[in-house]
Design a protein around this ligand. Structure first.
Ligand code: NG1
Ligand code: ZN
Length: 550
């Protein structure tokens, strides 16, 4: 009863927007910030219930990532540090769309009973809150606090302005009983980076003063955080541009999404940067792409996307595993074959998939959305996943970590300082450097930099691993995007009937043609992706398929 009146009272302060249907989608609720107050308040309630149910700390992040600055969004981090469990998404949708306070409260009551959640009991709930630099974030954070406060026994802990991966990292670390402040995060990243760089054979070590990367911070939170992190590193010079302090607008003509989709350099970059290794973060720093400015005086770039970051990571890990494997035939009781898997989506450039397979890697596909990729990668001893747009990470199983520890101990007495022992130590350092909760542009950047040093590669050399097939992405506004239903990791349309046949008959006209459509999980559009052997063909294919959809 106390709970009921508490909820009714606070709910009355947050009436839902009229005539909008919200959906949790691939990345939480996103919309124009002006209509999100009630949604964020309700997600606050949801986060508290999730924490009570799991008897663990959960996170609530306010961000709209790479979307425009006037948008915002809200999503929950599960106790593992991953995305909200998919079986709670329908309830999230129901809460967000409940038309009145009474309906909202009865939905909650029903759900609490069904899930056996004990309210107002011994159990307490704790929710870590984070937000990106969007001006609307501060107010929305207050709404989240109101929601959390309306659930008996729930407390909110405001962690301030964070990158999305920092919040995920904190939730993950807290639930493992580890230290989990922002400075612990920076400490872990910088110390594992130093450790990894120290394990590089001296022959390939680059002079630190020549070793520079220039990073586009998308005028968001990532640039700000990178400024702190870079002061804790040595052997690598990082220059941050578009840090948000210079007055530029978040994600406007800057950032990983812009760079990857438009394939031109962001603001503040230009011909002065020819030959320099450049990178770009998105608005909440969970995506990373690299690029170099083309020398032909156009604004074009050579893009090094998520697929190529994935390829670099996969090559390095595979190399280390085979160094370790090298002593398999020698006397050792510690035999173990680590299963390495690589996870991509249909947006992965066809050339990358071909390259990875030819390199002897196991490649699997999932639908778009980090939650799907992460889930698949977790089924391997070492699972690497990346979306072409630059979101991805490497997951290490508990099993493989204890094997590596044991291996390292064994080699420390048998062959101290050997390449084999170094390989074990390198993999352990990677597992600490790379965010185990979610894709993280800052930790990804440091891992790329360490591996390039290890290989002795320039960005140009890295980019030449394979050549991307020309591609084109388009979006088509539609009345009802849910009318398009796909299968086979979104590569085939099963409904409406006839569309797939039409796409197929267009696609066969072009050498190396590949094309698919899918409903976006974050915008009211159908996305079209086409690939072919020339840019003209990829463009024509994308356009003709877009007109089929329209
Ligand atoms: P949607 O809108 O479902 O395509 C986009 C990205 C995803 C993912 C989410 C979450 C593309 C084609 N899609 O999803 O990869 O990053 O946003 O931010 O890049
Ligand atoms: Zn993002």
């Amino acid at each position: 009863e106390e709970q009921r009146s508490l909820l009714l009272k606070s709910a009355a302060l947050f009436s839902p927007p009229q005539g909008v249907k919200l959906s949790y989608g691939t990345a939480g609720f996103r919309a124009d910030a002006s209509i999100l107050q009630s949604t964020v308040y309700r997600v606050g309630i949801l986060a508290a219930l999730r924490s009570l149910k799991t008897r663990s700390v959960v996170g609530l992040m306010i961000t709209a990532s790479h979307n425009k600055v006037t948008d915002n969004g809200v999503k929950i981090t599960d106790p593992s540090g991953g995305m909200l469990s998919q079986d709670w998404e329908p309830f999230a949708d129901q809460l967000a769309n409940a038309p009145t306070s009474e309906i909202l409260v009865s939905l909650i009551t029903e759900f609490v009973e069904k899930e056996n959640i004990l309210l107002g009991g011994e159990q307490s709930a704790q929710i870590l809150l984070g937000r990106d630099t969007r001006p609307s974030g501060e107010n929305l954070l207050e709404a989240a606090k109101q929601g959390i406060k309306s659930v008996l026994g729930a407390t909110a802990l405001d962690m301030g302005v964070l990158t999305t991966p920092q919040l995920h990292w904190m939730v993950h670390a807290r639930n493992k009983g580890m230290k989990a402040t922002e400075s612990d995060y920076f400490e872990q990243l910088s110390s594992s980076f130093r450790c990894l760089v120290d394990l590089i054979s001296n022959g390939t070590k680059i002079n630190p003063t020549d070793n520079k990367v220039v990073v586009d911070g998308a005028n968001g939170v990532g640039g700000e955080k990178l400024e702190i992190l870079k002061s804790m590193l040595n052997g690598l010079a990082i220059e941050v541009r578009n840090s948000g302090k210079g007055g530029g607008v978040l994600n406007e003509g800057v950032g990983a999404d812009f760079v990857q989709k438009e394939k031109v350099f962001p603001h503040e970059f230009g011909f002065k940067d020819v030959g320099i290794r450049c990178a770009s973060l998105d608005g909440d720093a969970d995506r990373l792409v690299y690029f170099s400015v083309a020398s032909d005086c156009s604004s074009k770039i050579d893009l090094v996307d998520g697929d190529k970051i994935l390829s670099l990571f996969a090559l390095f890990i595979k190399e280390q595993l085979s160094v370790l494997d090298g002593e398999k035939n020698e006397r050792s009781d510690n035999k173990y074959q680590a299963r390495l898997g690589v996870v991509q989506t249909a947006y992965a450039n066809g050339a990358s998939t071909k390259y990875l397979k030819q390199s002897g890697l196991e490649v699997i596909f999932t639908p778009t959305g980090v939650k799907y990729l992460h889930e698949k990668a977790a089924q391997y001893d070492i699972g690497i996943y990346f979306e072409a747009n630059g979101h991805g990470t490497i997951l290490f199983s508990e099993g493989v970590l204890s094997w590596l520890e044991a291996k390292n101990n064994e080699l420390a007495s048998l062959a101290k300082g050997s390449e084999q022992q170094k390989a074990a130590l390198r993999l352990l350092a990677v597992s600490k450097l790379i965010n185990q909760a979610v894709g993280d542009a800052l930790s990804g950047l440091l891992l790329v930099e360490a591996i390039l040093q290890h290989m002795g590669w320039s960005i140009h050399k890295w980019n030449e691993l394979y050549q991307d097939l020309p591609s084109r992405q388009l979006k088509v506004k539609v009345v009802d995007r849910t009318a398009v239903v796909t299968a086979n990791a979104e590569t085939r349309v099963v409904s409406p009937p006839g569309i797939q046949e039409a796409i197929d008959s267009e696609t066969v006209k072009y050498p190396q043609g590949r094309c698919f459509i899918r409903p976006s999980g974050t915008e009211d559009v159908i996305r079209v992706y086409a690939e072919a052997s020339t840019q003209e063909d990829a463009d024509t294919l994308a356009n003709s398929v877009a007109s089929i959809v329209d």
